[in-house]
Design a protein around this ligand. Structure first.
Ligand code: ZN
Length: 491
C-alpha cells in the first residue's frame, strides 16, 4: 500500500475536540473542531437564532452548518468506516472586494490497498477507507476544511456575509455556508484530481481514480493514455473538449441537464465534422433549432484585413454565406452590420487573443437580424487554414437534444480553460452546465441544497469513482438483472 500526505494538517490538530453530534445514516461523517478557544467554531459572539439554525453564538451556528452538511453527505455516501473532517474557521487571504471563502480536500491519498478497484491508482482517504473496509490511517482525519472567518469584516469581502441558515433563505449579499460546504466536502470525498493542472505532474508518477474517467475529445485520448507531464498539462487547456465518462453521471445527465445547447458545427472535406466551442451574442437573433447554414467565407476589406470594420471588398462573395471576421478595431455590432449589409446569413468572430473558452459577444443594435458568435483563436485560426485548403460548411443552431455542458453522448464537460486555473480547472464541471450545478467552479446563487439527481450530478460522479458499489441509494442494483462494474480504462 502507498500513502501520500497531500495537505499539511492544521497546526492546531493536537488540540482537537470531537464535535458532539455525528451524522449517522449510510456513513458517519464527524466534524472535528480544530479551532482554538474563543475563535472560529468557538467564537462566543452572540448571534440571533435563525428559524433553521437555533445556535445562539456565531461559533455554535457555524458548527451546526458543518454538521448539517456532514449529515447531508452522510445520508448519500455509503461507508462502514467513520469519516473525519478536520475543520476550522481561520483568517484567509482576503481584500475588501475578493477573497478565499474556504477550501477542503483529502488529507491524504492511498493506492494498492486491499479493496482498491484499480491498481496503481490514487484514492482519497475517505474512499480508500470505504473500499478497504477499515481506517487505513487512524491517526489522521480524512478531509481537511478551512473557512474564512473574516468574511464581511473590514478589509475582507466587505458587504458580504456568511449565511448560517440550513435553507436557501439567504439574502442577495449573503454567502450560503451550507451550499459552500456541500461543495467543498464533495471535493474531499473525491470530486478532485490530484494531477497538477499547471505542470501535468502526478503524485509519485501515478494517476488518481478521478482521472480514469477523464476523456479529451481534442486529442481523442483518455487521460490515462498521456505519456508525459507536458501532454497532461496541454490537455487541461482543451476547453469544452474534456469530459467525464463515468456511466452513472452520464445516465443521470439525461434528467439533470437541460437540452438546447447552441452549437457551431463545421464540416470540411478533409477534416470531417467538428463541433466548435462558441460564445453567443447579446445582440441579433438567438440561434434556433432550425438553424442557419452556409459555406464559410473570410470577409475582406479594401485594405486586405478581415476585421470587418469597413464595407467588405468581397461583398459579392458573401451573399448567403457565413462570414468569418477577426476581432479588433471596431465593435462586434459594426462587424455584424457590415456582414448583414453584404447579404451574409451569419457571422463568426475569430478571437484575437489566445485562450478559451470564448466569451460571448457584447453590444446592442436593434437593426441586426443575423446571428453572430465568437470562436476561440485556436478554432478560428484552424478554420482559416481549412478555408485556405478548401470548402467549409457551417451550421449554427440550437440542438434540443444536446445537453448544456455535455457532449453528444451526454458526458458532462469538466472545467478546462486556457490558461489553466489552478484549483479550478478539471476538478469542477464547466460553468456552461445548466441548470447550475453544485460542482461548478463558482457557487451560483440559485443552487438548492441538493447533491443528487434530478437536481444535481455530484452524487453520481462519486458513484462512478467507487462510492456505492455495494448498494444504491434506492437499495436496487444499478441496472436490473445486471452486475455493473465501472469500465476499466485502457492504459
Ligand atoms: Zn470547488
Amino acid at each position: 500500500m502507498n500513502k501520500l500526505l497531500t495537505l499539511a494538517l492544521l497546526s492546531t490538530f493536537a488540540g482537537l475536540a470531537l464535535a458532539p453530534a455525528a451524522a449517522r445514516a449510510n456513513a458517519t461523517i464527524t466534524i472535528v473542531n480544530a479551532n482554538d478557544p474563543g475563535v472560529g467554531f468557538n467564537d462566543p459572539t452572540p448571534a440571533a437564532p435563525l428559524a433553521s439554525n437555533p445556535g445562539t453564538t456565531v461559533g455554535e451556528q457555524r458548527l451546526k452548518v458543518f454538521e448539517y452538511a456532514a449529515a447531508q453527505w452522510g445520508a448519500v455516501v455509503d461507508s462502514p468506516v467513520e469519516i473525519f473532517i478536520l475543520a476550522a474557521f481561520l483568517p484567509r487571504t482576503c481584500t475588501a472586494t475578493s477573497g478565499v471563502l474556504g477550501s477542503a480536500g483529502a488529507t491524504s491519498i492511498f493506492s494498492d490497498f486491499p479493496g482498491a478497484i484499480f491498481p496503481a491508482t490514487w484514492y482519497p482517504a475517505a474512499l480508500a477507507d470505504k473500499l478497504a473496509g477499515e481506517d487505513l490511517d487512524p491517526t489522521s482525519a480524512d478531509i481537511v476544511a478551512v473557512f474564512n472567518s473574516e468574511v464581511g469584516k473590514t478589509g475582507c469581502l466587505e458587504g458580504a456575509s456568511w449565511y448560517y441558515g440550513l435553507d436557501t433563505n439567504h439574502g442577495p449579499a449573503d454567502i450560503n455556508l451550507a451550499t459552500v460546504l456541500l461543495h467543498e466536502f464533495a471535493h474531499g470525498l473525491g470530486f478532485q484530481s490530484f494531477v497538477n493542472t499547471s505542470t501535468g505532474a502526478m503524485p509519485l508518477d501515478q494517476l488518481d481514480v478521478y482521472s480514469l474517467f477523464y476523456f479529451d475529445h481534442f486529442d481523442a485520448l483518455p487521460r490515462s493514455a498521456y505519456l508525459t507531464n507536458a501532454q497532461r498539462a496541454a490537455s487541461a487547456l482543451h476547453f469544452r473538449d474534456v469530459v467525464w465518462t463515468g456511466p452513472h453521471t452520464r445516465r443521470a445527465a439525461r434528467d439533470v441537464l437541460d437540452g438546447g445547447s447552441p452549437s457551431l458545427q463545421l464540416e470540411s472535406r478533409g477534416a470531417g465534422e467538428r463541433r466548435v466551442a462558441i460564445g453567443t451574442a447579446l445582440f441579433g437573433p438567438a440561434l434556433t433549432t432550425r438553424g442557419v447554414e452556409g459555406n464559410v467565407v473570410l470577409g475582406l476589406d479594401a485594405a486586405g484585413t478581415s476585421l470587418g470594420c469597413a464595407p467588405f471588398a468581397n461583398a459579392a462573395a458573401l451573399r448567403g454565406r457565413v462570414v468569418l471576421v477577426d476581432r479588433g478595431t471596431c465593435t462586434f455590432t459594426t462587424k455584424t452590420a457590415n456582414a448583414q449589409a453584404a447579404g451574409a446569413r451569419a457571422v463568426i468572430v475569430n478571437d484575437s487573443v489566445a485562450g478559451g473558452p470564448p466569451p460571448g459577444l457584447g453590444g446592442a443594435d436593434p437593426t441586426i437580424t443575423i446571428p453572430a458568435v465568437r470562436v476561440a483563436k485556436r478554432d478560428g485560426d484552424a478554420l482559416k487554414a481549412a478555408l485556405a485548403a478548401g470548402r467549409v460548411q457551417a451550421r449554427l443552431a440550437v440542438d434540443p437534444g444536446q445537453k448544456l455542458g455535455a457532449d453528444e453522448r451526454r458526458q458532462a464537460m469538466l472545467n478546462a480553460t486556457d490558461p489553466v486555473q489552478p484549483g479550478s480547472s478539471i476538478s469542477h464541471w464547466d460553468p456552461l452546465t445548466t441548470p447550475n450545478q453544485l460542482m461548478e467552479p463558482f457557487i451560483n446563487d440559485d443552487l438548492a441544497l441538493e447533491v443528487t439527481p434530478p437536481q444535481d450530478l455530484t452524487s453520481e460522479l462519486l458513484r462512478d469513482i467507487g462510492w456505492f458499489t455495494d448498494r444504491n441509494l434506492d437499495g436496487r442494483p444499478d441496472f436490473p438483472g445486471e452486475v455493473v462494474r465501472n469500465p476499466r480504462p485502457s492504459r
